[in-house]
Ligand binder design. Sequence first.
Ligand code: NAD
Length: 699
Amino acid sequence: MAINTVDATVAVIEMDNPPVNGLGHALRSTIDAGVREANARDDVSAVVLVGKANVFSGGADIREFNTPAASAAPRLADVIDTIEASAKPVIAAIHGVAMGGGLELALACHYRLSTADAQIALPEVKLGILPGAGGTQRLPRVVGFDQAATMIITGAPVRARALSETALFDAVVEDDVRAHAVAFAAKIAGDGALPLVREREAPPVTHEGGLDAAVAAWEARIAKTMRGFPAPPACLDAVRAAFTQPFAEGMDVERQHFERLVASDASKAQRHAFFAERTCAKIPDIPRETATRAIAKVAVIGCGTMGGGIAMNFANAGIPVAVLETTQEPLDRGMAIIEGNYAASVKRGRLSQGEADKRAGLITPVLTYDAIADADLVIEAVFEEMDVKREVFTKLDAVMKPGAILATNTSTLDVDAIAAFTQRPQDVVGMHFFSPANVMRLLEIVRGKDAADDVVQTTMKLAKTIGKVGVLSGVCDGFIGNRMLEPYIRQSLMLVMEGARPQQVDAALQRWGMAMGPFRMYDLAGNDVGYRIRQRRYLERPALKPFYVLSDRICELERFGQKSGKGWYRYEPGDRTAHPDPDVDAIIDEVRAARGINPRPIDDEEIVERCVFALVNEGAQVLDEGIALRASDIDVVWMTGYGFPVYRGGPMFYADTRGLDAVVARMGAFADTASADADFWKPAPLLQRLADGQKRFNG
Ligand code: NAD
């Protein structure tokens, strides 16, 4: 029986598919059968549709993605037809979450009641598609252009409370929405004609300049902030159709966009990204139920660029954190930057003054190790020099309470060597944050050879608590991300040596979708940072040195980047705009001449392929060595830490999309050019094996 309870003459259909009542095949069948049964029964006058547990419905059941069940009848569109054809009123009783297909289902109901704090959203755009069951045509008819466009194009959730004045809801209540809905149903049963959202006229567009101006404003916003993603313009077009075309034609617009998008590489990449992020947390050899250590108090050593940002993460999550410097001056400077960051958030309206004060109040500046001895976790973020790390870890080993986790934020140093400075290597782990640490979502958790399982498990879980995506990496120079960055950097430099200009390399990669071209990135991070790391690398790998002549020269001329007003570009005081600099051109020309290089024209395609395939080849090696657990983890690192375009799914997924045999063929062509480093372009064994077998990195 599909109807769970009949309350007097009101039938209640309870959606029950934990955890979010995803609209899987069984649940769709239940709803469809329930509405039909209610119509057939004389003792039923109205139907209430409600979710079991804490939610109405989170939309499609992601466990059914890419399975036949996803499209088995009744599909969501069929259930919606059944509800709209019902002669008896169907009332949606929303609580918790009504998202995606869940909201589309509610929009088909004749009436909707919601609790005030329920989250309402059409997040399909985040998967590179648009709502495909009428959401783009029904939502605008009840909430108007601005609200519908915002919800459908950004996918962001809105509390029902904020929509209480719109025609989306017949009532917004504070408590027990099911009881309210049953009472409402009993009251309106037999009222006559049933209202359908599809039959409503869309409300007038209030935007100054009307619909066209409103659409133009969104086009500008999409071009600026969602560059390269194909779904947002399609969402806008579908919403627009709700105001210019009858319902049936608007549905055609939605369907055409949906079919095109769902088959697109971009949507496949975005769905890959979605699942890849969820998969990162799974560590095959550490059971899920492994007990974790309690982290109630944190300490950070060093309050520089990284330390301050790292401390903010914990304060933002409500966890008290002490920051330690050994002298007052850098401590004051670091604390002032933290306070400045909070003040800026208040100014931008992102944080209330009270909340900012509360967070800042959780950060305590200290000057002695005694003051942090009882912390459950300490994260070292001092200079990137082994001797300084040794000094700090020796002290930590001496003072920290037993069982405390000792983490290092090193970017490139050997975490096993750092662990060996202590008598408790099992408690040592890498926690590699990305700059700015309070903003970037990536956190590489570096697992040394002696790290205890519960230390790894605790830090992976903690990543989630502080809003990061934790990706496990093995120990190697640079871990997953920075190790792959090295050959990418090398290609960017070789391209310039051979004939491109930094601004051309940047422009080509940015047009392709990288958030920032490599040379702008070097200037932002500080050219001296890479310079110092390279001095160590030259000792370990002397063959690297010739590739870096140009960047070493830039650095020796004290062109450190934005911080010194000049680097690969020139900067005006107080402005981060990168201006091409004739002085840099002269330096490049001089270095080329000294090496007898005759510059040649290089096209954008070569720039992109050489940089991206350099990543792919090193990624294959990282995977083969077991540094990364899976190809999708590498993709997550690059999408969340390095601005790799999500609509290309990360370097490994992009290579899969191109076809690994095609990638290997292009690498072969690069190896054959006169100026090339043939060794560099030798495919990693794993890449070659997969290409030969017509296989992919990602399954
Ligand atoms: P930074 O120079 O900005 O800050 C280092 C801070 O550590 C300084 O404030 C310094 O006074 C303090 N310090 C130095 N020795 C100390 C000691 N013995 N005890 C206490 N404090 C001490 O450097 P940063 O950029 O914040 O880098 C810190 C670490 O984070 C390095 O290992 C670096 O490789 C890593 N990292 C940096 C970035 C980045 O983009 N800057 C990104 C990821 C990781």
